[in-house]
Design a protein around this ligand. Structure first.
Ligand SMILES: [Zn+2]
Ligand SMILES: [Zn+2]
Length: 227
């Protein structure tokens, strides 16, 4: 399924969940936030996870989504309503509710992923979700994160990301033939070859993500695809 189509479908689903699940006086707020993030698959996954299983018959709208931490393409987010705060783990594929802020965490080992041995250590570092920075749509903030693999500025793309620039020919690394040429192979088949590729990439001087690699970066090209 095309990304645009996927985003459109999930948007419609979230809209339905809002119409059926959120109390009337908060529907407008819920829909406004949906529109704000209607281009962002990751937030849409979080919204879908939240609205499709509104906790304990609460019918609240999401008022704010903020970033606590990020590791590769996984975001640790806090989601706020008028009277509650929740903790979510999200990628563009899926969002998982970890628990309510300050309370028991359902899957504490998820926090270990971010270097926290348990929920107590985590909440002592982040006692107040209001102080976490509001999540900006990755597409709007194309300068901060790679739009494809979500790596941050100055960090390496996930291997295989279509935005990565080839250090040998300065073309699109996922498209040019340099990797085969450099490895002396016809095809890349196993883990070992991928590791070798990563090694020679580093040795050559791998090109980290910079905003101008992003196709929607204003100065890169005037081409617009209408999204
Ligand atoms: Zn990338
Ligand atoms: Zn190349």
């Amino acid at each position: 399924m095309q990304l645009a189509e996927k985003i459109e479908n999930i948007c419609k689903e979230v809209e339905l969940f809002i119409q059926y699940g959120v109390q009337e006086q908060e529907q407008q707020e819920a829909l406004e936030l949906l529109i704000k993030y209607s281009n962002d698959l990751l937030v849409l996954q979080v919204m879908k996870a939240f609205y499709s299983s509104l906790p304990e018959s609460r019918e609240e709208a999401i008022s704010r989504i903020a970033v606590i931490e990020k590791k590769e393409d996984i975001f640790l987010l806090t989601l706020s309503t008028a009277s509650h705060n929740y903790l979510y783990l999200a990628t563009e594929q899926k969002a998982v509710l970890l628990g309510q802020y300050g309370q028991e965490i359902m899957e504490p080992d998820m926090l270990a992923l971010f270097g926290y041995p348990d929920a107590k250590v985590f909440f002592s570092k982040y006692p107040d979700p209001e102080r976490c920075q509001e999540y900006e749509s990755m597409r709007d903030a194309g300068s901060n994160f790679c739009p494809v693999c979500s790596t941050a500025v100055g960090e390496y793309h996930l291997l295989g990301c279509s935005v990565e620039v080839c250090p040998w020919c300065e073309g699109q690394f996922s498209r040019c033939g340099c990797r085969f040429e450099q490895l002396g192979l016809e095809v890349l088949e196993d883990e070992e070859e991928l590791e070798e590729l990563e090694r020679i990439l580093q040795a050559k001087g791998r090109i980290a993500y910079a905003p101008e690699q992003c196709p929607s970066y204003p100065s890169a090209t005037d081409e617009q695809d209408g999204h």
